[in-house]
Structure formats: C-alpha cells, structure tokens
Design a protein around this ligand. Structure first.
Ligand SMILES: Cc1cc2nc3c(=O)[nH]c(=O)nc-3n(C[C@H](O)[C@H](O)[C@H](O)COP(=O)(O)OP(=O)(O)OC[C@H]3O[C@@H](n4cnc5c(N)ncnc54)[C@H](O)[C@@H]3O)c2cc1C
Length: 428
C-alpha cells in the first residue's frame, strides 16, 4: 500500500476521496464518521451534539450537497440565555436585549478600553477586555468560556478566536445597545444540514466513493524505520505516505523510538473533553415556548452545568417523530449530568408533563484542543519530524486545532493534492 490513512472521519474520508493513488483507510470503529457520525433511536436522529455544516467555499459546498443527497439551507437562530432573558447571538452585537444595569456596564466597558495593541497571542481574558471591554467580558466572554474550556483563561491565548468570535467595531457595539441590530454576524449565520439521517448523510455519501476502508482496524504501532504500521489485531502494512487523522498525541505515542524532543513536545499538548446528552421528548403540549424556532442556546450561567443546548428538531423536522422534539446538552469535561432533566424542567426548557422517550450520552474525550503558549512551539517540533518521515497529521485533532467540517475537507484535499503531485518538497 502506498498511502495509509488512519481514521474514517470527515478528514480521513476526504483525504481518500481526493487521492488519486492507491490507499487504505484504517478505522478503529465498526463504522465511519468519527465526530460527524449520527445515531438513530426510537424514531429520533442524534449527532455527537449538533453537527451543522457551515461552508463558504463554493466548491466544498457543492461537494457537500452532492454527498448529502438533499440538504437544507438554514438561517441561524441562536441566543444566549442570561438572567432569564434571551440575547441573540453574538452577545457583543446585541446589547439592546440586556437589562439596563448590565447594558450600562457593557457600554462603559467599551468606552473605557485601554488603548493597547491587541494580539491573539495575549491571554484570552486580556484579549477579550482589550477587544470588547470589561462589561462584555464579565457578563459573557469570561463565564461562558470558563464553562466551555474548563481552563484558566489567563493561561489560554486568543488564537482560536479568529473564525469563531465575531468582532463588531466599537461603534456598532455601542449602537447595538440603543437599537436592535439586524446584521448577521459570524461564520454560521447561514448553515446547511442534511434533510435526512443527520450529519451521517455527508459521511455515508463520501464513504460510497471510498473503496478501500477497513473497519475494526486500530493503528497500534508505527515503525518509521521500516515504514510499517501494525494494527491492534496484529496486521502489518507497509506505507510510503502515512496520513493520520487521530489525535496527534496518540500518533506520537504509537511511534516506536520517536525522539525525546518529539515525545516531550507531545506531552505539552492539552485538551478538554465534552459530554453530550441527547434527549428525545414526547409532548402533548408541543415544544416549550423557550425552545420555539431556536437552533441553539448558550448558557454562561454557572448554576446550570451545561454550556450549550441545541434543538435538532428545529433544524430539521425529520430528526424527531410527530408530537416530539429533540435536543442535545453539552457539558465540559464530563461534568455530572445526573440532574439534567430536573434542571431543564425547572427552567422551562422541557415541559412539566413531557416524557423522555430516547436518551443517550456521548463522551468526546478529546473535544477542544487548548491554545496555550506551548502549543505552537510543540506543533512545530512534532510536525517537522513527522513530515521528514512521510507522516502527515491532519484534521481537527491531527492538526491539533479548533477546526470544523469545511476546513477538514479543504485541508485533506490540499494534502492529497500534494501527495498526488508526488513532489516531496511540496508535501512538507
Ligand atoms: C462538541 C462539538 C461540536 C461540533 N460541532 C460542529 C459543527 O456544528 N459544525 C462543524 O463543522 N464542526 C463541528 N465540530 C467539529 C467537527 O466535529 C470536527 O471538525 C470533525 O468531526 C473532525 O473530523 P476528523 O476526521 O478530523 O476527526 P474525527 O471525527 O475525530 O475522526 C477521526 C477518526 O479516526 C478514528 N481513529 C482514531 N484513532 C484511531 C486509530 N488508532 N486507528 C484507527 N482509527 C482511529 C476515529 O474513530 C475517527 O473515526 C464540533 C466538534 C465538537 C467537539
């Protein structure tokens, strides 16, 4: 085999799809999809928490549409739940919806920002105060990001914010305190979702085009000297190029005799975990008012243990049977979710007489990679050495980044294109 690909998630399958040379995909699970897989239970379709497809590149959009079969284009309806009120997303462009005291703190904060050079290499909390002021940081950026990352925001940089955190200018922020803002900010103001079968429809479409995928085949040991990879069942394959989409830390662990500098660099890479609780709910009274038409809701309030919920059945009707609705709640670092039904009923997100008819928990051990001052240096050391040995680590966890479906497809396409061209220099 000339090219071995580890992982049949969106990155591994996209790499296979664009490779014009012989390849073999090794996937440790019995099915494809990784974090883009979906689950079917009692008439409900669940993802590993909502996997909504936001794509700007027309070529990737057309590919995704072709793979999914039929797809809906949806205008985002997302909010932040704060002090019992809903503020449309993004918080920093919708101060109008806040109570007067909070609004004043946010506007004062913007006006009193220090005049300093802003860099995403700053600690996140300093970056947020410099960018949005103390009020917006206090009421949303700090509490929400503490919940989702479960990490000291002074030790984390703001390097992940580029694509994800909308940055209206100071004038627009202040204006948004006095009149309703109609501008749709952010990368996902319009998104796409398969009409049937959840995000898995995208994966299944791609899988049909990829001939050589071996399931239940876990990469266990890599010998860079002899260019072999051995699976946990003891099968050995020879590779010329190895594309890995598993977490970079795992890849380094599997390599026999990796240099100490590479092992030490890999040990410095940090991540946080996510627990997703999927719920399918039957209701005689219909979907609760608080959830009506909303696609997802952010919860900065520390009293509630989840940081976000998303309503599958508002994204596509096929996600839930008639007279039912469905959603996911996300908890950082596998926080206790025992009281979730009580919490959601007491806050009005599940109707008092509604009945839970489907439920499952999905743990994502490596969900968000942490951006700290060590990350960039460590990645350089690891990738330089891997690439010299014809190993290319890509995807959200392979590249150790905060990425999404569109970027994963794009990066895999570029990597396969370089391997197709066969010019080693251009692969590095
Ligand atoms: C909570 C959450 C919500 C998200 N929501 C969205 C969203 O709405 N929209 C969006 O675009 N993106 C979203 N993302 C990001 C998206 O999930 C990822 O960008 C994408 O799934 C990454 O795909 P991947 O193929 O790179 O990695 P993965 O999906 O992790 O795939 C890696 C594959 O490798 C396999 N594997 C691992 N180790 C081995 C081994 N040793 N041997 C063989 N196989 C192995 C795994 O089983 C898996 O199939 C979200 C992520 C999270 C955590």
């Amino acid at each position: 085999m000339k090219n071995i690909i580890i992982g049949a998630g969106i990155s591994g399958l996209s790499a296979a799809y664009f490779l014009k040379k012989p390849y073999l995909v090794l996937e440790k699970e019995s099915g494809a999809g990784g974090l883009c897989r979906s689950f079917y239970e009692n008439g409900f379709t669940f993802d590993c928490s909502g996997h909504f497809i936001h794509i700007k590149d027309e070529k990737i959009k057309n590919l995704a549409k072709k793979m999914c079969g039929s797809i809906s284009e949806i205008t985002r309806n997302a909010s932040i739940y704060i002090n019992g009120n809903f503020v449309p997303f993004p918080f920093q462009a919708n101060l109008y919806y806040l109570d007067e005291k909070t609004k004043k703190e946010c506007v004062d904060g913007i006006l009193r920002r220090k005049d300093i050079e802003i860099s995403t290499k700053m600690p996140f909390i300093d970056w947020s105060q410099a960018m949005f002021g103390k009020g917006i940081t206090k009421h949303f950026m700090k509490p929400y990001n503490e919940k989702i990352w479960n990490y000291d925001l002074k030790k984390m940089t703001a390097q992940w914010t580029g694509h994800f955190v909308p940055r209206p200018d100071a004038q627009s922020i202040i204006k948004s305190a006095y009149s309703k803002n109609s501008e749709k900010y952010g990368y996902n103001s319009v998104f796409y979702y398969p009409k049937k079968n959840g995000c898995q429809a995208l994966i299944d479409g791609l899988l049909k085009k990829c001939k050589n995928v071996k399931f239940n085949s876990k990469a266990a040991e890599i010998d860079i000297k002899n260019k072999t990879i051995t699976t946990s069942e003891g099968k050995k394959y020879i590779y010329e190029n190895l594309i890995s989409t598993q977490p970079l830390t795992e890849l380094v662990r599997q390599i026999k005799n990796a240099p100490d500098a590479v092992k030490t660099a890999a040990k410095k890479l940090k991540y946080s975990s996510v627990r997703c609780v999927n719920l399918g709910i039957k209701s005689k009274t219909g979907i609760p008012k608080k959830l009506k038409n909303k696609h997802w809701i952010y919860f900065p309030d520390k009293k509630l243990p989840f940081y976000r919920i998303g309503i599958y059945s508002n994204v596509t009707a096929s996600s839930a049977p008639e007279k039912s609705y469905s959603f996911y709640a996300e908890f950082s670092d596998n926080k206790n979710c025992e009281n979730i039904i009580q919490d959601l009923k007491s806050t009005g997100f599940i109707g008092k007489t509604d009945e839970i008819v489907a439920a499952n928990i999905i743990d994502m051990p490596c969900a968000y990679v942490i951006f700290d001052s060590e990350r960039e240096k460590s990645l350089k050391i690891i990738n330089n050495w891997l690439n010299e040995n014809n190993i290319f680590s890509t995807g959200r966890y392979g590249a150790w980044e905060y990425s999404f479906i569109e970027k994963n497809i794009k990066d895999s396409k570029a990597l396969s294109g370089r391997i197709n061209a066969g010019n080693k220099q251009s692969i590095l």
